[in-house]
Design a protein around this ligand. Structure first.
Ligand SMILES: *[C@@H]1O[C@H](CO)[C@@H](O)[C@H](O)[C@H]1NC(C)=O
Ligand SMILES: *[C@@H]1O[C@H](CO)[C@@H](O)[C@H](O)[C@H]1NC(C)=O
Ligand SMILES: *[C@@H]1O[C@H](CO)[C@@H](O)[C@H](O)[C@H]1NC(C)=O
Ligand SMILES: *[C@@H]1O[C@H](CO)[C@@H](O)[C@H](O)[C@H]1NC(C)=O
Ligand SMILES: *[C@@H]1O[C@H](CO)[C@@H](O)[C@H](O)[C@H]1NC(C)=O
Ligand SMILES: *[C@@H]1O[C@H](CO)[C@@H](O)[C@H](O)[C@H]1NC(C)=O
Length: 293
């Protein structure tokens, strides 16, 4: 089939167009200059077809593998429901915006460009290629520690460290900053894909022995966890500090009680002395009463 007839067909039957484009790509293995673009999951990607010949472009079809995505010609094109409200073509700069990009949009796209006039368009080969790469940022990893005395009797501690992050793409692995890689032993390493969003959750648990304070954080891709300290020095553990505080408070209370007692004792003595003087009469009374008995 000649290109001219192909054009005639595509001009007449929008639906048949999809089939025609399939034929074009399948039978002519021509790929032009390749551009790589990146989009963040859920954001917008802009595919810009290069105007290689610099002339007027009466038609543009953008397709992915064997599927027509969007484009323009002199009449209304039939666009798959999946792309109807999600893609928008700019006729002036031969670009297409794709909104709410998902991981499944990742792949190779072709620009099928026609030059010439609307009445006499000619297909231009090779077809420029655009590769869309999708990324999704991993959540800030959570980091957990659980340290115990070492079983083998050596000084220091044995820590179990867990790190987990989710919602990222492409798949990535947990990395431990500040740790001596040769001393890490991985006891659990998990990577799972969310079937609908195609994003990844990664989860790793390691054990690490250390005998001096070590700051540690973990990273997945470019997301970094908060820093925690493991193997802190034991010179003043919390219990000791609490005990010291307890003793101090006790001593202070004791001093206070002693002071109060001393003060009271003085006062009581003074009062008693006064009482003696006042008590003279009743005492004398007492004596007189005793005498009178
Ligand atoms: C696009 O990516 C492919 C594969 O990763 C690479 O071979 C090619 O050189 C890249 N093209 C440009 C223009 O960077
Ligand atoms: C696209 O948007 C129009 C108008 O908002 C709506 O009627 C149509 O159903 C949408 N198509 C798809 C495939 O969602
Ligand atoms: C974006 O696409 C996802 C599926 O890929 C869908 O669940 C979500 O509702 C879409 N968001 C918008 C704003 O269209
Ligand atoms: C953990 O699993 C991931 C994905 O399966 C893999 O890429 C990585 O090399 C593994 N790491 C270790 C230390 O086994
Ligand atoms: C990581 O994996 C361990 C072992 O399967 C599991 O106990 C833990 O809940 C996981 N953590 C997260 C955040 O998924
Ligand atoms: C760990 O971090 C703390 C607080 O950021 C800092 O004071 C300390 O010097 C660090 N320790 C080491 C061993 O780097």
């Amino acid at each position: 089939m000649s290109l001219k007839r192909l054009c005639l067909y595509t001009h007449r039957y929008s639906l048949a167009l999809v089939m025609m484009l399939v034929l074009v790509t399948a039978t002519t293995d021509v790929s032009g200059p390749r551009v790589n673009i990146t989009a963040v999951l859920g954001h917008t990607a802009t595919f810009k077809c290069p105007n290689l010949k610099g002339g007027f472009v009466p038609r543009l079809y953008i397709q992915r593998d064997l599927t027509f995505i969007n484009g323009f010609n002199s009449r209304k094109l039939t666009i798959l429901p999946e792309y109807q409200n999600r893609t928008k073509v700019n006729q002036d700069d031969l670009s297409m915006e794709m909104m709410n990009v998902s991981v499944s949009d990742e792949g190779l796209y072709h620009c099928i460009i026609y030059y010439g006039s609307e009445t006499n368009p000619t297909l231009s080969k090779p077809f420029p290629e655009i590769y869309l790469k999708v990324t999704a940022k991993y959540s800030v990893p959570t980091i957990e520690k659980e340290c115990t005395e070492r079983q083998d009797g050596d000084a220091g501690k044995s820590c179990r460290l867990g790190c987990s992050s989710t919602g990222g793409y492409p798949q990535s692995a947990v990395k431990w900053a500040e740790l001596d890689l040769s001393l890490i032993s991985v006891i659990h390493n998990e990577s799972s894909e969310d079937l609908s969003s195609k994003t990844w959750t990664v989860n790793q648990t390691i054990t690490y022995n250390c005998d001096h304070p070590t700051n540690v954080s973990c990273a997945v891709d470019d997301s970094v966890s908060p820093t925690i300290t493991i193997c802190e020095t034991e010179s003043f553990p919390v219990e000791v500090i609490t005990a010291i505080a307890f003793v101090l408070v006790f001593v202070l209370l004791l001093l206070l009680v002693l002071l109060v007692m001393k003060y009271c004792y003085r006062r009581c003595q003074n009062e008693n002395e006064g009482d003696y003087e006042n008590a003279d009469v009743p005492l004398a009374d007492c004596h007189s009463q005793l005498k009178s008995v």
